[in-house]
Design a protein. Structure first.
Length: 240
């Protein structure tokens, strides 16, 4: 059974505009509780006991949040390890090879919310890597998963032409093989180290399977999402 989960929460969240001048977007309140608390609660209820929180922007506030809400988590500062200039979705995992070791683990972004059921569905102890897909009416805004017989063929980032509508939601189950692939990727055209580039290397070797989200996936990226999430949490049975 997988116990370790990596939560990437180093960034500020510039799309939240003025709301992140004094705190990271992960700590913006929804229904009087920081967004990150809902994610951590669901992870714990899903059975993941070892939380590894990768922080950077406003680390002190993150630690204060953990203490206030009594969360037990290992805190890793990405900026201290890689510096502030090295950027991209691969960076949190680049900090963790020695900490995670040879175990399978869950990887998730700290600005996404999933149901307890879907998180449990990713507790898969096998030799494959897994990625969560979600059918979306605007796939051009996301990474699109190209799938063949249950295996990931490739992730196509923000395609200009339609290649499918099953998108990447940022929920992964990884084997330690991901660390080998992370060491092989280079800067993307936009000057970042992209986790999806490492996943595509694994996909080339038929080592990545796809599982669809069954309940919901909510992305907490811009101010409009605050109202949307607030309404969702009021009506959702998971949070009563």
């Amino acid at each position: 059974m997988i116990k370790k989960v990596v939560i990437a929460a180093a960034g500020r969240g510039t799309r939240m505009l003025h709301l992140t001048k004094s705190k990271s977007k992960h700590l913006i309140n929804i229904q009087k509780k920081p967004f990150l608390a809902y994610l951590l609660d669901n992870l714990l209820k899903a059975g993941y006991k070892e939380l590894i929180l990768v922080v950077g922007y406003k680390e002190k506030m993150m630690r204060e949040f953990l203490r206030k809400y009594n969360y037990q988590a290992k805190v890793v500062n990405q900026f201290e390890i890689l510096g502030k200039e090295e950027y991209g979705t691969a960076c949190p995992l680049k900090c963790l090879k020695d900490i995670v070791g040879r175990e399978n683990f869950l990887s998730i972004y700290g600005d996404n919310l999933y149901s307890i059921k879907d998180l449990k569905n990713f507790n898969i102890e096998d030799d494959y890597n897994w990625i969560a897909g979600f059918f979306h009416e605007h796939p051009e805004k996301y990474g699109v998963l190209q799938v063949e017989n249950g295996f990931l063929k490739k992730i196509v980032e923000k395609p200009k032409q339609f290649v499918g509508n099953l998108i990447n939601t940022g929920l992964y189950k990884f084997t330690p093989e991901i660390f080998e692939k992370l060491s092989q990727i280079s800067l993307s055209p936009r000057g970042e180290y992209e986790l999806t580039d490492a996943i595509n290397l694994l996909a080339n070797e038929k080592k990545v399977k796809v599982k669809e989200i069954e309940d919901y996936w909510l992305d907490f990226g811009n101010p409009a999402d605050i109202i949307k999430l607030s309404q969702f949490l009021k009506s959702s049975k998971n949070f009563r």
